[in-house]
Write a protein that binds this ligand. Structure first.
Ligand code: GLN
Length: 453
């Protein structure tokens, strides 16, 4: 049924980069046989899933939305993918994304943008717009994402779906093509809070192959998603993430969600996180710095695109490298590599990268102080509803500003989630509520989200 749905709608949504009908059907048949034989099965066995194209998959192309990796078939599975295969979820295919997960609209994908199923002229968000768009358009009930600065939560917000960024270290990063290693976190996308929790539980847990993986059990997210009890919960509204700069209908749906929580017995408090004003600036130095280092491996020698420089008879390795990176990377990737290498260069390191790391600590302290007064924090996930494709493409600053509310959680490593809270009255487009919790208290997100849903 999902393959039929893909055939019917993905020509206009364009959320898959690669569909593996044969592989998905083979797994589905295996599950049928296992079930008939009375074998014990994982609760999600047989439930189809789409995988963001940033995760390595044996036998399936993994492009990261880049020309540099066009046609590359990884020799190993990401841990998250191994877990999906072990539980026997049929993998329908790989989903579109901004190149190397840099962006908030999927327009930086080298394979063209995905479209928002609510309005095809608009973006489904980014970088994991493909994953949220497949879920929103019923082309898969579940999808995986990665969230470095909001790439799971933002697309969830703009497509009226649910998405969670687990605590940093809660889900293995092994086999994710790294963007910024200290910020990257894989997580689940689905249409309901309970589905999201079930996938979160499957993806999470300790992995010795990821040195930053936390050696603790996955927080009880499924139990929390089934409870949805918010009575007595102290819910903090982050003053810096509401009001000015937020679209009227987004603010209205947020205010209604606050009243709903109050009616459910939650205690509402207002908190201030004064350093959040500097979060965006710090992130857009730390991320390009780490990315410029991570992307150095695409040197056209070991794998990926190799282009011969024009008019050079016996090119040196450096000339091939330069020509290949020039041809293979898109503008946004080049912009960030240049920014990052500049920020890390000697003489500038202290002024930019070092300074940004100090701001990062201040933001983590803001969260600590806020969580001394409440159990969870809430804000709108995005300042606006889905914007039109093309609207922000030529203005990097406007694109970066989409991330104001989602970035602080990545800088501090804490978990966050987006859950739909209705449509903005002015444009009938989905609005997301963001919920944030202290590290390893991911279950609190699900309690709030399940209640609000
Ligand atoms: N919009 C952010 C960026 O461009 C989000 C990236 C992400 O979470 N992968 O960096």
């Amino acid at each position: 049924a999902h393959l039929d749905r893909i055939a019917a709608v993905d020509g206009s949504v364009r959320s898959y980069l690669h569909v593996d009908a044969e592989g998905a059907l083979a797994t589905a048949r295996e599950v049928d046989e296992a079930r008939a034989a009375g074998e014990p099965l994982h609760p999600l066995a047989g439930v189809p899933i789409a995988v963001k194209d940033v995760m390595t998959t044996v036998g399936l192309p993994t492009t990261c939305g880049s020309k540099v990796l066009e046609g590359w078939i990884p020799p190993y599975d990401a841990t998250v993918v191994s877990k999906i295969k072990a539980a026997r979820l049929p993998i329908l295919g790989k989903t579109n994304m901004d190149e190397f997960a840099m962006g908030s609209s999927t327009e930086h994908s080298a394979y063209g943008p995905s479209h928002n199923p609510w309005d095809l002229e608009r973006t489904p968000g980014g970088s994991g717009g493909g994953s949220s768009a497949v879920v929103a358009s019923f082309q898969a009930p579940l999808a995986t994402g990665t969230d470095t600065g909001g790439s799971i939560r933002q697309p969830a917000s703009l497509t009226g779906t649910v998405g969670a960024k687990p605590t940093y270290g809660g889900v293995s990063r092994y086999g994710l093509v790294a963007l910024a290693s200290s910020l990257d976190q894989a997580g689940p996308c689905a249409r309901t809070v309970l589905d999201t929790a079930l996938l979160h539980e499957l993806m999470g847990g300790h992995d010795p192959r990821d040195s930053t993986s936390i050696d603790q059990p996955v927080p009880p997210v499924v139990e929390a998603a089934r409870s949805g009890d918010v009575s007595g919960l102290r819910v903090g509204i982050v003053r810096e993430l509401t009001g000015e700069g937020y679209q009227a209908g987004v603010q209205q749906r947020f205010d209604e969600a606050v009243e709903l929580l109050r009616a459910g017995g939650a205690e509402i408090v207002e908190v201030s996180c004064p350093h959040f004003d500097y979060a965006l600036g710090a992130y857009y130095l730390i991320l390009p710095s780490e990315a410029s280092s991570n992307l150095a491996k695409f040197d056209a020698m070991r794998y990926g695109l190799r282009v011969a420089p024009a008019g050079v008879e016996a090119p040196s390795a450096e000339q091939v490298m330069s020509a290949s990176r020039e041809a293979g990377f898109g503008d946004e990737v080049k912009r960030r590599i240049i920014l990052g290498t500049y920020a890390l260069s000697s003489g500038y390191y202290d002024a930019y990268y070092g300074q940004a790391q100090k701001v990062r600590t201040l933001i983590a302290r803001d969260f600590e102080a806020a969580f001394a007064q409440c159990d969870v924090l809430i804000s709108p996930t995005m300042p606006t509803t889905a914007f039109r494709l093309g609207d922000k493409l030529d203005d990097p600053m406007a694109m970066y500003l989409n991330d104001v509310a989602t970035i602080p959680a990545n800088l501090a490593g804490i978990p966050g989630m987006s859950v739909p809270v209705g449509l903005a009255p002015e444009d009938d487009l989905p609005v997301g509520l963001q919920v944030l919790a202290p590290a390893m208290a991911d279950d609190r997100l699900y309690r709030v989200a399940a209640y609000v849903e």
